[in-house]
Write a protein that binds this ligand. Structure first.
Ligand code: MN
Length: 345
C-alpha cells in the first residue's frame, strides 16, 4: 500500500497542498533521500518560478503499485499517492494519500529507485501535461487536467489527515467507453467424444481440470470470481496483475495448482480498457490477449493447431481432456455453446 512507501513525517506537517510554510517546502523530501543513493533529483538552492500549470502522473511499482499525481504549485510539486489511480468515470471516490512536496525537476523523472531506499522500485511517467486550477484551498483542490491519457476535471479533498479522496467531475473522456462489468457468467463448452471437424476451424487448449474463474483486472489488481460468483481471489496470483498497470480487463481462465502454487491460466479476454470484446471473433480476442504482459501467477493458456497432439499430451499427463474452440466464435456469457467442445481423453 502507498502508505508504506510514504511514511508519515516524524513531525506533523502544517503545510498542505503545496502551500509552503515553516522552514523549507522540500525539507521533508530531502530528509527522506540521500542523493548519493537515489537517482531521483535532489536539487539545492532556491525554488524555481513556474506558471503553476504542469502536472505529471507517475506509475510507481513500489512495495505496492500506486500512481503519484503531482501538480506544480509555488515552485514545488504538490503530491498525492493514489493506490488505484485516477478514476476514469465520475461518481467514484478513490483514496489519494497526500505526500511530501517534490521538486519540480521530479516531473520528468523516471527510473529505478534502489532497494532499501525510500520508495524503492520502478517509476515511469504515466501521463504528463498541463492543468488549470479551479479551486485550491488547504482542504480542497479542483483542477482540469490536460494530458495525453487523462483529460478532465478532478476534485481532491481532504478527509482525514493525509488521507484525501479524488473524484472525476466530468463524464468519461471516451463517450463510447463501457464500464468494466462487475460479474460475468462464463461461457460453457459442449461435451463430445471426438475432436470436432473441420479441424482447421478450431484451435485447441488443454483442459486443466482446474477451477473456472473470471478475472477482473483494474489498477494492477486481479479479482477472481468462480462460475457461481464465489470470490476466488488469491493474493499470490493477484500480485501478478501489477505488471498490467492501469489496464482494465476481464479475463476468462482456470485456477490451477502447479508445483504447489496457484496459477491463473488465462485463455480469453472479454473486456479491454472500456471496450466490450465478447462480440468479437475468438481469434481477435486471442490476439489482444497475447499482447497483455501476463507473468508470475498469471499465465497465458497455451493453444495449438493440432488437436490430436493436444489430446495425446493431455492423456500422457493425466489431464481431463481437450478444449476445442472455434476461431470465429463470439463469447456468449452464461451460454453452453457449440463453438466450444470439451473432449475428454
Ligand atoms: Mn510513489
Amino acid at each position: 500500500m502507498a502508505q508504506r512507501d510514504h511514511e508519515p513525517a516524524a513531525t506533523p506537517r502544517r503545510s498542505r497542498a503545496g502551500r509552503t510554510g515553516g522552514s523549507g517546502p522540500l525539507d521533508e523530501y530531502r530528509r527522506r533521500r540521500d542523493p548519493r543513493r537515489t537517482p531521483e533529483p535532489v536539487p539545492a538552492g532556491p525554488l524555481p518560478r513556474g506558471d503553476d500549470d504542469t502536472f505529471v502522473i507517475q506509475e510507481h511499482h513500489a512495495r505496492r503499485l500506486h500512481w503519484d499525481l503531482r501538480l506544480e504549485r509555488g515552485g514545488v510539486l504538490a503530491s498525492w499517492a493514489v493506490p488505484r489511480g485516477l478514476p476514469a468515470d465520475p461518481g467514484v471516490n478513490r483514496l489519494a494519500v497526500h505526500t511530501e512536496d517534490h521538486p519540480v525537476e521530479y516531473a520528468t523523472f523516471s527510473g529505478e529507485i534502489p532497494t532499501g531506499e525510500y520508495g524503492a522500485g520502478t517509476m515511469t511517467i504515466w501521463d504528463r501535461g498541463t492543468y488549470r486550477t479551479e479551486e485550491w484551498t488547504e482542504h480542497k483542490v479542483t483542477v482540469e487536467l490536460r494530458g495525453e491519457r487523462v483529460a478532465g476535471r478532478y476534485a481532491l479533498f481532504a478527509t482525514d489527515g493525509r488521507n484525501w479522496l479524488v473524484r472525476r467531475l466530468d463524464p468519461p473522456s471516451d463517450p463510447d467507453r463501457v464500464p468494466v462489468p462487475d460479474t460475468v457468467a462464463p461461457m460453457l463448452a459442449t461435451r463430445q467424444a471426438r475432436l470436432p471437424r473441420p479441424a482447421e476451424a478450431y484451435r485447441y487448449e488443454v483442459d486443466w481440470g482446474g477451477e473456472r474463474a473470471i478475472g477482473f483486472v483494474a489498477s494492477g489488481r486481479l479479482r477472481l470470481a468462480g462460475a457461481d460468483g464465489t470470490d476466488l481471489t488469491d493474493r499470490r496470483v493477484s500480485r501478478a496483475a501489477e505488471a498490467l498497470g492501469a489496464t482494465e480487463a476481464v479475463l476468462d481462465g482456470e485456477l490451477v495448482t502447479l508445483d504447489g502454487a496457484p496459477v491463473y491460466v488465462v485463455s480469453d479476454l472479454l473486456h479491454l480498457d472500456g471496450a466490450d470484446l465478447t462480440g468479437r471473433p475468438q481469434e481477435e480476442r486471442w490476439a489482444l490477449l497475447d499482447r497483455l504482459p501476463l507473468t508470475g501467477g498469471c499465465q497465458l493458456a497455451p493453444r495449438f493447431d493440432d488437436g490430436l497432439a493436444v489430446r495425446d499430451a493431455a492423456r500422457e499427463r493425466g489431464l481431463p481432456g481437450v478444449l476445442a474452440k472455434r476461431r470465429d466464435a463470439p463469447y456468449r456469457p452464461g451460454e453452453r455453446s457449440t463453438a466450444w467442445k470439451r473432449v475428454p481423453v
